[in-house]
Ligand binder design. Structure first.
Ligand SMILES: Nc1ncnc2c1ncn2[C@@H]1O[C@H](COP(=O)(O)OP(=O)(O)OP(=O)(O)O)[C@@H](O)[C@H]1O
Ligand SMILES: C[C@@](O)(CCO)CC(=O)[O-]
Ligand SMILES: [Mg+2]
Length: 328
């Protein structure tokens, strides 16, 4: 068996706007998805996903129509749950030219699903890395990131950026603008995450912003304004000016709210963090529910979040210096 892991991420700045060519700065965190892959002679795909539950059951399924998860939920929910892994395996077949090979895929993850911490990108990166190695091909980091991006692009129907997948493949803090992806130096960041226990569908949320942008010129301006916040944020990061980084994170959250991707619980957690003295706080990732990211070197924000109605879990997140790890 080959086994790879890849980290999740938080966005310091720029989610959603990055889909339209503005820059973004995500930062990998030490919460990982681990994917084990074993080739099968019979050409079948079997996925065992420990943390993916549908109707309360762990999901185990094959690719054939008569071998889908045996749970009493709608076909669209099943597709939503299985599509990133299915699409990552397509990338493995494409990269290796092994069209007929089957796989046993086992996924285990400490990244909550659909919560803005990049679980989809981490699963795609780790699955493509382990899958290609399982049939004797080792992808270099650039191609791995690009193929994981293709997975997100396909699943999100052509509306995805390279930010999550590049960050997960590379680790550390990165800057992504269109196809220009690079690692950046960031000061030590006291990252605190608040999680409301919920999830948002990235594809749907991205589509919502796209519609707003088409309907209202001021929504398109809001997307551009996020780009300006990111450019200022990059300077503040380079200067090590955490107070300014925090102010700009607050501003970024306001603009994301204006685009309709925040929620009551995300707003409650952002305000709880600010009231507790956080340097800055914003939602992270696609939004709709899930996680906020705050900066606070003291324990105050984590404590306040753990008492905030609507917050299910609060934790400190360490920067993940390494992206994909080849474990076996
Ligand atoms: N542990 C896992 N096992 C199997 N599939 C997973 C796992 N984690 C994530 N996925 C896939 O990723 C999907 C969630 O991706 P989505 O992009 O909606 O959220 P996210 O990546 O966690 O958040 P964001 O994109 O906002 O950072 C799940 O529906 C599933 O298809
Ligand atoms: C909302 C979005 O910007 C980030 C999701 O983590 C979508 C993407 O970049 O593909
Ligand atoms: Mg995602």
């Amino acid at each position: 068996m080959t086994l790879s892991s890849a980290p999740g991420k938080v966005y310091l700045f720029g989610e959603h706007a990055v889909v339209y060519g503005e820059p973004a700065v995500p930062c990998a965190i030490e919460r990982r998805a681990r994917v084990g892959v074993e080739p099968r002679e019979d050409g079948k795909l079997r996925v065992h996903a420990e943390d993916l539950s549908l109707d309360g059951f762990t999901v185990e399924y094959g690719a054939a129509a008569d071998d889908r998860p045996d749970v009493d939920v709608s076909e669209s929910l099943v597709t939503a749950a299985t599509q990133y892994v299915d699409s990552a395996i397509e990338q493995v077949r494409d990269a290796t030219g092994e069209d007929d090979v089957g796989f046993d895929v086992t996924i285990e993850s400490d990244i909550p699903l659909g919560a803005g911490l990049g679980s989809s990108a981490a699963v795609a990166v780790a699955a493509i890395d382990a899958g290609t190695r399982a049939v004797g091909t080792t992808l270099e980091s650039g191609e791995l990131a690009e193929r994981a991006y293709r997975t997100e692009y396909d699943v999100q129907e052509g509306q995805a950026s390279r930010a999550d997948t590049f960050c997960s493949a590379t680790g550390g803090a990165v800057r992504v603008e269109g196809d220009d992806c690079r690692s950046i130096e960031a000061p030590d960041l006291p990252i605190v995450v608040g999680f409301d226990g919920g999830a948002g569908d990235t594809g749907e949320l991205v589509a919502g912003v796209r519609t707003l942008r088409e309907e209202y010129a001021f929504a398109a301006d809001t997307v551009e304004a996020i780009g300006d916040v990111v450019r200022n944020g990059e300077e503040a990061l380079a200067d090590g000016d955490l107070a300014e980084v925090g102010r700009l994170m607050d501003f970024n959250h306001g603009l994301l709210s204006a685009l309709g991707v925040s929620s009551r619980s995300l707003d409650s957690m952002v305000w709880a963090a600010r009231d507790a003295g956080a340097i800055g706080a914003k939602l992270t990732g696609a939004g709709g529910g899930g996680c906020i990211v705050a900066l606070d070197p003291t324990p105050e924000t984590e404590t306040a979040l753990s008492f905030t109605p609507g917050c299910e879990e609060a934790f400190r997140a360490e920067l993940a210096e390494t992206g994909v790890k080849r474990l076996e």
